[in-house]
Design a protein around this ligand. Structure first.
Ligand code: SF4
Length: 470
């Protein structure tokens, strides 16, 4: 993925019940493994059976939590969140977990996804329950809905929410003595279940379980609610036979870490298959295949193996360039590219390069990367993208850019090639992508490529839709 031109990751969530241990420590290391899913803010809520406390702040997980911050976060129950804002602005009041009070008591909640009918539900909650909203996020809408929902158990309350909410949600919630996790009926965002130290853990991706030394049990099923408390774990699934799965295919292309397993498939392997399929669809005479590190490396290896063209590192990534809130102005983009990637001139000089990237969103920085490679002596540059052209925005929790900013929505492949200054340009077809992405189950959302949204969307919805509603 070229820097500055990518869909923004959504959020990462973790929930844990660890008997006789401080679950907040587990949540911390889980969030640390999920940092790639959101870098704006993070937080942990913890409970000991009687009290529930929360600590949130802006920044990276390691910047937010110092030793003293764990003192109030004691107890066997914890949930955590790392956030990129897909609804609501980036400010402390929108950091999660957020805590609300309602008919069923006190509830902390952290959410990954996007609720399409949040504005309308917020209005109803204000009128019916007089809910006082403190944030501009759709997550607070879910929290108030859940805590005031009819039902005698959390399963019943969550199922009520599932019937009411439209959109994507993988969520973790917590009372003083119970952790609740749920995944929307289409399974748009990932969520997995594991075991650790006689307790239970849920996380957005399996890489969080691996780093904690937890045992992977299974994916949380679409429409499933999982509950842990001192009595153990129980779960229930809301059956919706008429609706098929619609997992975000961008998790496989870019969002998830390559060492995570999604729906039974290692993401690294899925990306290699995408690269191999790309080589079949867009072969070219070249000397060397390189990938844009790190997200395109697996696909570049797949392209090289299928085509028989040798693979090499060609750009070295500065690992210490953190995600920053400040993005360079247009005139500094060349410099920005150089700060993030340094070419290897001895490898590149005189070579006809296949450069594999995972997607092109606005197309604003591709020309700058090509310039950097050409200055390092590349003879030809053939860009191969292991996603189809992105033509539609996302309403399910990914900040993709508005439609008028999406280069493929407004230009042909040949026009994009010319603007970028590449010798050739090829995108993976949607058929090829779906063919190589199937895991244990069929059913992906591919709406940003096809416009076929899995839920009805209002095309004018933006991420600040709830901003003026408080
Ligand atoms: Fe994922 Fe694209 Fe669907 Fe959004 S529209 S959920 S980014 S596949």
């Amino acid at each position: 993925m070229f820097p500055f031109d990518h869909p923004r990751e959504e959020c990462g969530v973790v929930g844990a019940y660890i008997p006789n241990a401080e679950a907040s420590r587990v949540a911390f290391f889980g969030l640390f493994a999920l940092q790639h899913r959101g870098q704006e803010s993070a937080g942990i809520a913890a409970a000991d059976g009687q009290t529930l406390n929360v600590h949130t702040d802006m920044g990276l997980v390691t910047q937010i939590f110092r030793e003293r911050d764990f003192l109030p976060l004691s107890g066997e129950f914890a949930i955590g969140h790392t956030r990129y804002s897909t609804t609501g602005t980036s400010q402390l009041c929108n950091a999660q977990p957020l805590v609300v009070q309602g008919l069923a008591g006190k509830l902390a909640l952290a959410h990954n996804g996007n609720i399409i009918n949040a504005s309308q539900l917020k209005k109803q909650l204000k009128e019916q329950w007089d809910c006082a909203f403190n944030t501009t996020t759709d997550s607070e809408v879910i929290a108030y809905l859940m805590v005031n929902a009819p039902g005698n158990s959390w399963e019943e309350r969550v199922f009520h929410c599932m019937r009411t909410l439209d959109g994507a949600f993988s969520l973790v919630a917590m009372t003083e003595d119970t952790v609740i996790a749920a995944r929307d009926p289409l399974g748009i965002r990932p969520l997995c279940l594991g075991r650790l130290s006689g307790g239970w853990i849920v996380a957005s991706e399996t890489c969080a379980l691996d780093h904690l030394g937890a045992e992977f049990v299974r994916d949380v099923q679409p429409g499933e609610v999982v509950i842990f408390d001192r009595q153990g774990m129980r779960s229930a699934v809301r059956q919706e036979p008429e609706r098929s799965r619609a997992m975000c295919i961008f998790e496989h292309i870019y969002f998830a870490r390559p060492d995570s397993v999604l729906d039974g498939t290692l993401v690294y392997t899925a990306r290699q298959r995408m690269g191999a399929q790309l080589a079949k669809e867009h072969p070219v005479e070249a000397d060397l295949v390189i990938g844009i590190p790190d997200s395109s490396t697996a696909a570049a290896v797949g392209y090289a193996r299928e085509s028989g063209i040798p693979y090499s590192d060609g750009l070295i990534k500065n690992r210490y360039v953190g995600r920053t809130f400040i993005e360079p102005e247009q005139r500094l983009r060349d410099l920005g590219v150089r700060q993030k990637f340094n070419p290897l001139p001895d490898v590149i000089r005189g070579q006809r390069l296949v450069v594999v990237d995972d997607s092109i969103v606005r197309g604003t920085t591709t020309p700058h990367v090509i310039k950097v490679l050409k200055r390092a002596g590349a003879r030809e540059i053939h860009i191969r993208v292991c996603a189809p052209p992105i033509k539609f925005p996302c309403y399910m929790g990914v900040d993709m850019a508005d439609q008028d900013e999406l280069i493929a929505a407004n230009k042909t492949v040949e026009e994009i090639r010319e603007l970028a200054g590449a010798d050739s340009l090829g995108f993976l077809s949607i058929e090829g992508l779906l063919k190589v992405s199937n895991g244990e189950h069929d059913g992906f959302c591919d709406a940003c490529f096809t416009g076929n949204y899995p839920v009805p969307v209002q095309l004018q919805l933006g991420k600040l839709v709830l901003e003026s509603d408080n």
